[in-house]
Design a protein around this ligand. Structure first.
Ligand SMILES: [Zn+2]
Length: 92
């Protein structure tokens, strides 16, 4: 597993599906990104479509649902950007 995957970042508006599932092998799912140049499992190109977690739970395999759960949980782990400027010093 030394080969790092590269991804396209995919923007999603609030409330829009942001979990990208490979419709060819149905075993890869990523949140707000798709692997490039192709799916690492089936090597399919442009096979990813966006779904909500609820939709995936509806029709996905147990394995896919587990991966979708993990991908969706990433949003809770993402560090929030501190809004304040960091270059301001309190004292000279
Ligand atoms: Zn695939």
């Amino acid at each position: 597993m030394s080969h790092a995957l590269a991804f396209w970042a995919v923007d999603a508006k609030a409330g829009e599906p942001d979990l990208w599932v490979c419709m060819s092998c149905l075993s890869e799912v990523y949140r707000r990104k798709v692997p490039m140049p192709h799916c690492p499992t089936c090597h399919g190109v442009s096979t990813f479509e966006a779904f909500t977690l609820d939709a995936i739970r509806d029709w996905g395999t147990d394995e896919l649902i587990a991966k979708a759960d993990a991908a969706a949980a990433e949003r809770e782990l993402e560090p929030l950007q501190a809004p304040g400027p960091s270059e301001v010093h309190a004292a000279e």
